[in-house]
Write a protein that binds this ligand. Structure first.
Ligand SMILES: *Cc1c(COP(=O)(O)O)cnc(C)c1O
Length: 430
């Protein structure tokens, strides 16, 4: 099997692990910046282009600030994510608020921050107006085309079964209602798949949304100021996966833009994206140490991380590549032959707490450092405290080779922070 390259050396990993106990998430600032710039280059043909990084994928303030320095805005779904966006300096149109089943307080905060608001239903537009008093200047509408969504050469997904978005008829009604209410500008949004491979998803989605933009303009007279292609571009989790070619994707969207919008004299539409996984996924990994080995009907490698730090394998059976680095001061195993078959597991009392099943790896010893790849998106962010497991720290490898703790590990005090541990008798009335 071909191996995946690491963004750090064994020596760097040993140095970092001597400062911060394993496990921890490690992020690569240079990789994140390069990806942000590659995305912007791919869409530089569109004057208003902007990426709003999906905060849920990696809600670390240092990562968010790094992406904002690269010119990105932030895509939030809850009031807590809005607080985070505000804390890192995002204001007004730096923020896209893409929520569903939204509480009133969340809309009120989106209004206070002046965010773009992406509505999941007509009902939510009325709800927003009743709670906030006004409507946003630009209203973004989330579309669900129903049926199956077909790209150039593959069926991506079945929007029919998805809880998100409005039908085309509801979009028409929404535009008519908005014009009545004095709103002149809308955006259109759809997220129809995640972790797509190949380069055809965005161009196919763009064609669909551009066609809807033309239809809505013709039928209602509304002005479409942006099309938000949302997230969904995938990354190569498996060594054999082809990475998406963002330049080709940008060109594919450009061709659809010229054809559909250019032909309709609508070439002032800005393109927005809300990528999460594509931006940070490959630029993070979990660094963990082997605690125990065990042989029963399988050969088990027990590591010091668990699903509390990375839930994707347990939740989706997702593949994450693993590199055996070796012991500090010991031989470098990163390119050693994969001679053994292991199940790599964490310590939760759940049999699905495992990072690999029947994986070919070099021979593993207790104390070896292991790297679990591609955890920079939907990794630490999905963590939880099941079994009283405390979530790991996050470390950033800076572009100059230095590293910085950007989130400490949880402590038992964090676990108990939501409890009143005052002895019960102290609370009894006297
Ligand atoms: C999850 C999500 C994204 C990001 O998805 P990725 O697959 O990480 O690119 C963007 N927009 C919305 C509304 C989402 O729910």
């Amino acid at each position: 099997m071909t191996d995946k390259p690491l963004f750090v050396t064994k020596e760097q990993l040993e140095d970092i692990a001597s400062r911060y106990p394993t496990p921890f998430h490690l992020y690569d600032e240079a990789g994140i910046r390069n990806t942000a710039h590659a995305l912007q280059d791919a869409f530089s043909w569109n004057e208003g282009f902007r990426e709003f990084f999906a905060v849920k994928a990696n809600p670390n303030p240092t990562i968010l600030r790094t992406l904002m320095e690269c010119g990105c805005g932030l895509d939030c779904a809850t009031s807590t994510e809005l607080l985070l966006a505000r804390a890192v300096g995002a204001r007004g149109n730096d923020i896209m608020f893409s929520s569903n089943d939204t509480p009133a307080a969340d809309f009120q905060m989106a209004d206070q921050l002046g965010a773009f608001v992406n509505f999941d239903s007509i009902d939510l537009i009325y709800f927003y107006r009743s709670q906030v008093g006004t409507l946003p200047e630009v209203v973004c509408l989330r579309m669900n085309p129903g049926g199956e969504f077909e790209g150039a050469n593959q069926i991506f997904d079945t929007p029919q079964g998805s809880k998100f978005g409005m039908t085309p008829d509801q979009l028409t009604d929404a535009c008519r209602m908005l014009i009545q209410a004095g709103v002149r500008n809308v955006g259109l949004h759809a997220l129809l798949c995640s972790n797509t491979h190949g380069n055809s998803y965005y161009p196919a989605l763009a064609r669909l949304l551009f066609s809807e933009a033309v239809r809505l303009r013709r039928q209602t007279g509304i002005h479409v100021s942006f099309v938000n292609l949302s997230g969904g571009i995938g990354i190569p989790y498996e060594p054999s996966d082809e990475p998406c070619d963002i330049t080709a994707i940008g060109e594919g969207v450009h061709a659809a833009y010229e054809e559909v919008l250019g032909g309709a004299n609508m070439d002032d539409v800005a393109i927005f994206t809300e990528l999460g996984r594509f931006m940070t996924g490959p630029h993070g990994c979990v660094v963990t140490r082997v605690l125990h080995l065990k042989q029963t009907y399988h050969d088990y490698v027990g590591v010091d991380t668990c699903a509390a730090d990375l839930m994707r394998p347990a939740m989706y059976g997702a593949y994450h590549h693993i590199t055996v680095v070796g012991r500090p001061g010991g031989p470098n195993k990163t390119s050693a032959p994969a001679t053994h078959l292991y199940d790599v597991v964490g310590g939760l009392c759940e049999n699905n707490d495992r990072f690999a099943n029947g994986r070919r790896l070099p021979e593993v010893e207790v104390g070896d450092l292991l790297v679990i790849h591609d955890t920079g998106a939907h990794g630490r962010a999905m963590g939880y405290n099941y079994n009283g497991r405390l979530r790991s720290a996050e470390v950033l490898l800076r572009t100059d080779g230095s590293y910085e703790l950007v989130r400490r590990a949880e402590s038992p005090a964090d676990y108990f922070a939501t409890l009143d541990v005052t002895p019960f008798f102290d609370k009894l009335p006297h």
